[in-house]
Design a protein around this ligand. Structure first.
Ligand code: HDD
Length: 750
């Protein structure tokens, strides 16, 4: 298998770990080092945390990665030292008074080491604690100056460095990746006019309409406070109690029970800015905008049974997938799309675009692609980068502005505030991963852990002693200015009346789903509400569903063993829009490029497998960018009926079927016979089959399927499009195509 091993994708795309090559990822970017009002600064400072960017960056250098290099530590060839730089002679033994005596209080080496260790942890994020991140860039397609003067959109081909963190919401830092939950999709753009954080989710709507309710929502979904259960799950009484008493949540409940909440990987999910934002152009004109990220790999989700099993087999399933894809040079990519509309247009939508429980259907306002985002480098250090990165919705740049969405308005406060306790003070912006690529100049001073060494006497403005610097720029000098929205209104606690339409978009979502997607939603409601212990809560949730769709409500009530209750009372008599189905709300709308890239394929082998054919398939899959693995009963070689022996890479018990997107059963009679006798192999094939994944059988391998009662003819007489028996060249081609296609959900009906 040497030729196979050397063709394996892992650890090949990454530039060398050490030295200059690590600083020079292949992709270049066009951000100028010093720009804006400070371009002429003659003070040559070198301060890593403030990212001075001395002179011009090297061509082809990624600006963020480059400035992070200054703080990267590489211990190759270096001696151990204390934090004060004193070399350490003995790192095994503390300083004792006699070999069997007590330890001396003066052992500063021991004390420094233990003291530092005692303080290694910081509080986890209050929500979105579990996550994973990567570096990359955003590349703009065309100048968008007419719409927005934001720096990333200024020129065609312009690349802005980004750091992107994906997360689950409810679980703690060490919880499993594949739980049913919303996924965070937070993008930090290091623009040359400051940092812009687009802190979104993989679902375009939210649970609540006002930030005032956020602590209640999170207290309800987090583990119950008396017993600390359940971890990373919404399937418990407090969440559904809150939900059943909060009708505005209904639209989100349908997304939350849909396949969106159990993505196959971060690479195969959409992202959304959720809120309506404003874009501002040079003339100060403003339009409304919603942000969409669409994955090039297409959208793919898990089945619930699979997600549950993966949580045990590999709790890091999504983290590992992202890491391995980037290490393997298979860089995840998304297209950024904008939905742009004027305030006047929005008035005709029949929804309030300031309501984050509503979306603007793409059929109403098309999504126009404006650029692409590529993630091409893993962090060097999880804590320094992924854990310490601080996203804040308040981080916007000239050309972007907030809308009055009351959820967004509250977030603007929350994110900055939370970092102060999570990261231990007001200077978290100086942490290398958080610092903008342009230098920071202001009169904010001191505080815990201050890194910058500010020069001069004048830490106030206006001043004459500092030559008037740093100075305010005005708008013409590139300074941020808010859109001067005219407002004359009463100061009130309340909501616009259209916010009270809680069901019309929930119904639109439901009728836009394909039949298998609808079945998954029903099953998810049944799972969640069966876990709920209080019967009245179950009934209240179903009474919300009656307002969405009678069949949905009936199916859920039936599954829970009670008669469908009456509809929950409507809080408004306003007539509500009757939306048509919106095809873009179904995951079937995003096939992506249909490629097999990054799809994991198990080639199950045993003594007597036709090695030549197995190796041939392996190489063909590699050529497609897929990730094949020889899976066997135990590690070591297995004898081959043709060609040299095969090396098993992973065992069936270490990597059960749920960790693969597809499987191949090669030919070879003795091998088939021994696989048939192995109950683990039965479970493997059954899972692949019932999870609707492509299966390719070569030659006699089809006997194994026959023995398990699996055939190409489905219950309703139709042909299974993802089961390939026989192994002709045509079968192999069709199998490769199926790798990038949606699952064969027709099998579920059986
Ligand atoms: Fe939030 C983290 C996304 C509503 C308060 N949120 C956080 C993260 C994401 C989101 C992706 C993780 C960022 C990271 O990776 O570090 N949150 C959203 C979206 C929302 C939303 C898309 C609705 C549209 N969030 C929301 C509200 C509030 C918060 C209404 C409070 C009023 N969110 C927070 C927070 C967190 C956070 C407490 C925890 C850790 C952090 O901020 O840095 O401030």
């Amino acid at each position: 298998t040497n030729e196979v091993a050397s063709a394996m994708p892992f650890n090949q795309g990454k530039p060398s770990e050490y030295g200059d090559a690590a600083r020079m990822p292949a992709q270049g970017q066009t951000v100028a080092a010093s720009s804006g009002a400070f371009a002429g600064s003659t003070v040559s400072e070198s301060n890593a945390s403030e990212k001075t960017g001395e002179g011009q960056p090297d061509p082809g250098n990624n600006h963020t990665v480059g400035s992070l290099d200054r703080v990267r530590v590489d211990s190759t060839g270096q001696a151990l030292s204390t934090n004060q730089g004193v070399k350490i002679a003995d790192n095994q033994n503390s300083l004792k008074i006699g070999l069997r005596g007590p330890t001396a209080l003066e052992d500063f080496i021991l004390r420094e080491k233990i003291t530092h260790f005692d303080h290694e942890r910081i509080p986890e994020r209050v929500v979105h604690a579990r996550g994973s991140a990567a570096h990359g860039y955003f590349e703009n397609y065309k100048p968008l100056g007419k719409l927005s003067k934001a720096a990333p959109f200024a020129e065609a081909g312009k690349r802005t460095p980004v750091f992107v963190r994906f997360s689950t919401v409810a679980g703690e830092r060490g919880s499993a990746d594949t739980v049913r939950d919303v996924r965070g999709f937070a993008v930090k753009f290091y623009t040359d006019e400051g940092n812009w954080d687009l802190v979104g989710n993989n679902i375009p709507v939210f649970f609540i309409q006002d930030a005032m309710k956020f602590p209640d929502l999170i207290h309800a979904v987090k583990p119950e406070p008396n017993n600390g259960m359940p971890q990373a799950a919404s399937a418990h009484d407090t969440f559904w109690d809150f939900a059943s008493l909060t009708p505005e949540i209904t639209h989100m409940l349908l997304w939350h029970t849909s396949d969106r909440a159990i993505p196959r990987s971060y690479r195969t999910m959409q992202g959304f800015g959720v809120h309506t934002f404003r874009l501002i152009n040079d003339a100060g004109e403003s339009v409304f905008c919603k942000f969409h990220w669409t994955p090039k790999a297409g959208t793919h989700s898990l089945l619930w049974d699979e997600a549950v099993k993966i949580a045990g087999a590999d709790a890091d399933f999504h983290r590992r997938d992202l890491w391995e894809a980037i290490e393997g040079g298979n860089y995840p990519e998304w297209e950024l799309g904008l939905q742009v509309f004027s305030e006047e247009e929005a008035e005709g939508f029949g929804i309030d675009v300031l309501d984050p429980t509503k979306l603007v259907p793409e059929e109403m306002v098309p999504v126009r692609a404006v650029g692409r985002m590529v993630l091409d480098r893993n962090p060097d250090n999880f804590f320094a980068e992924t854990e310490q990165v601080a996203f804040c919705t308040a981080h916007i740049v000239p050309g972007i502005d907030f809308s009055n969405d009351p959820l967004l308005q509250g977030r603007i406060h929350s994110y900055l505030d939370t970092q102060i306790s999570r990261l231990g003070g007001a200077n978290f912006h100086e942490l290398p991963i958080n610092a903008p690529v342009n230098q920071v100049h202001n009169n904010q001073r001191d505080g815990m852990h201050r890194q910058a060494i500010h020069r001069g006497r004048a830490a106030y403005e206006p001043n004459s002693l500092g030559g008037g610097c740093p100075f305010q720029t005005g708008v013409a000098g590139g300074g941020f200015t808010s859109f001067p929205e005219p407002i004359a209104a009463d100061k009130v606690r309340g909501k616009p009346e259209l916010f009270a339409d809680h069901y019309s978009q929930a119904r639109m979502f439901w009728i836009s789903q394909s039949p298998p997607e609808q079945q998954h939603i029903i099953k998810a409601f049944l799972f969640e509400l069966t876990r709920v212990q209080t019967p009245a809560i179950r009934k209240r949730v179903v009474s919300l569903l009656v307002n969405v769709d009678q069949e949905l409500a009936d199916a859920v009530a039936d599954g829970l063993g009670f008669a469908t209750p009456d509809a929950a009372p409507l809080v408004s008599t306003l007539s509500t829009p009757d939306f048509d189905p919106s095809p873009s709300l179904s995951l079937t709308a995003y096939p992506g490029d249909g490629s097999a890239k990054g799809r994991k394929v198990a080639i199950v082998v045993a003594d007597g497998t036709d090695g030549e054919a197995a190796r041939d398939i392996y190489m063909q899959l590699l050529a497609e960018g897929a990730v094949p693995r020889f899976v066997g009963d135990k590690l070591g070689s297995v004898g081959s009926s043709s060609g040299s022996d095969l090396e098993v890479e992973i065992t069936i018990s270490a990597a059960p079927a749920v960790l693969f997107d597809a499987m191949v059963l090669p030919d070879g009679e003795p091998a088939i016979a021994s696989l048939m006798a192995n109950p683990l192999v039965h479970a493997f094939v059954r899972d692949q089959y019932f999870h609707c994944k492509p299966i390719l059988c070569l030659g006699a391998a089809e006997d194994l399927l026959a023995q398990l009662g699996i055939s190409q003819t489905l219950e309703d007489g139709s042909v299974d499009e993802a089961l390939f028996l026989g192994g002709t060249a045509g079968d192999i081609e069709a199998f490769k195509t199926a790798l990038g296609a949606p699952r064969q959900f027709d099998r579920e009906a059986a």
